[in-house]
Design a protein around this ligand. Structure first.
Ligand SMILES: Cc1cc2nc3c(=O)[nH]c(=O)nc-3n(C[C@H](O)[C@H](O)[C@H](O)COP(=O)(O)OP(=O)(O)OC[C@H]3O[C@@H](n4cnc5c(N)ncnc54)[C@H](O)[C@@H]3O)c2cc1C
Length: 385
């Protein structure tokens, strides 16, 4: 009997665990998941909530309902991984030992920097974020009331979850005001710490064209150092300033505290250090990373996790059976970018190359807005697609 311990019951923890359970009975492999939250949140629809395209209640399900029978769910916080001794120290349940450890702790949002961000968000008027569900709901309500001014979408630093989400927001906000006949009352600005709006061709050129043709300004190489919510100004380290009436911000991301507490598991930012193809820890051969928690050099998306779960299950299955797996994660992700109402462009690429053309289509809209969430709850989390 092999024991697999998983930390995290987000997209990665559930997709991996259920897929693994599809391969082995509880008598053959014991799967235990440590998860501190009782509810699972479907984050890819946060951008839909902002534009009233989905109901927040559709995004939440109890954790316990998502795992297949025979998977043990421990409601607790993992405090430290003692990898040399194959155990995880928890806040309430003592030490849990394992043969294989799968770290699926996701990404943490940091609001302490830039200066003034936390206070601005807490004030909750002209500084907001849709990277959390309550923030997405608040922003939805604000957009319904706002009658004019400068809306700024600012990304603090990379990497972030779904790097296209901030672009989706600014393009959809612009189109929303156009639909309402109020476009000329607004200015739209997108700031990014990167040299350009998007890094991958052909999507990058397409997005530059869309921004240009619709009057969305870009301020590149803008790494925010300070948010002055009283004056409505965001400043960067180089002294540049951008004025706003409404600032939507993607806060800095990093790994969870448990990674920093665990010697040899993560890098300086708290991401789990893994081989980008084999998904195994660079230091411990029975520790694996999956999902947003990892340092894989690709976008942090649920679509990527779906691919990663298949690879990791195949590799662990082979290892348990004393066989060899040739499966490798090639960095593949698919990111649906809402460019305006009824139009979505898929950015589909892997570590090496872009896979799909840069085309906006209504069919992609139907898939993203109406089909992906049901597919996620019913098929993806169950490891069926
Ligand atoms: C605004 C936004 C838009 C997005 N859009 C898309 C999209 O269109 N398409 C797409 O594919 N992806 C999208 N994503 C990204 C996608 O949601 C994430 O990649 C995915 O949810 C990450 O799953 P995960 O399991 O790695 O992390 P998470 O879902 O964050 O789960 C991590 C889990 O680990 C638990 N945990 C962490 N530390 C501990 C600990 N120490 N002890 C116990 N439990 C712990 C947490 O409670 C959490 O439940 C978007 C994300 C956002 C925020």
């Amino acid at each position: 009997m092999k024991r697999i311990l998983v930390i995290g019951g987000g997209s990665a923890g559930v997709m991996f665990s259920n897929r693994m359970r599809n391969e082995f009975s509880p008598d053959e492999v014991e799967i235990t998941v440590i998860e501190r939250n009782t509810m699972h949140v479907y984050q890819p629809a946060f951008t839909l909530v902002v534009f009233d395209l989905d109901d927040p209640k559709n995004l939440l399900r109890p954790m316990k309902d998502l795992f297949f029978d025979g998977i043990k769910l421990v409601h607790d916080q993992a405090v430290k991984i003692d990898a040399p001794n194959n155990k995880v120290i928890t806040a309430k349940s003592g030490e849990l030992t394992y043969d294989y450890l799968v770290v699926a702790t996701g990404a943490k949002l940091f609001f302490e920097e830039p200066e003034g961000l936390k206070e601005g968000i807490e004030k909750g008027t002209n500084v907001q974020t849709f990277y959390q569900l309550d923030g997405a709901i608040k922003l939805r309500d604000t957009l319904k009331e706002i009658d004019g001014g400068t809306i700024v979408m600012s990304v603090c630093e990379m990497p972030i979850k779904c790097p296209a989400a901030p672009m989706k927001f600014i393009m959809m906000a612009e189109d929303t005001m156009r639909q309402r006949g109020k476009r000329d009352k607004f200015k739209f600005i997108f700031t990014t710490p990167m040299p350009a709006v998007f890094s991958r061709e052909p999507y990058a050129s397409k997005l530059v064209n869309i921004f240009g043709s619709r009057g969305i300004d870009t301020v590149a190489n803008f790494a925010p150092s300070m948010v002055d919510y009283d004056k409505g100004v965001i400043k960067d380290y180089g002294g540049k300033e951008v004025k706003f009436d409404l600032l939507c911000i993607t806060p800095p991301h990093g790994g969870e505290a448990v990674i920093e507490e665990s010697e040899g598991v993560g890098d300086a930012a708290g991401w789990v250090s893994c081989d980008k193809n084999l998904m195994v820890s660079k230091k411990y051969n029975n520790v694996f990373g999956i999902g947003d928690a990892t340092d894989f050099p690709t976008s942090k998306t649920a679509s990527g996790i779906r691919k990663q779960a298949k690879v990791l299950v195949s590799r662990l299955k082979a290892d348990i059976k004393g066989e060899t797996s040739t499966e490798r994660y090639d960095g593949e992700i698919i990111c649906p970018i809402l460019t305006k109402y009824k139009r979505v462009m898929f950015a589909h690429f892997n570590y090496e190359e872009s896979i799909s053309p840069a085309i906006e289509s209504y069919g992609n809209w139907v898939l993203k807005v109406h089909m992906l969430r049901p597919l996620y709850w019913n098929l993806m989390l169950n490891g069926l697609i």
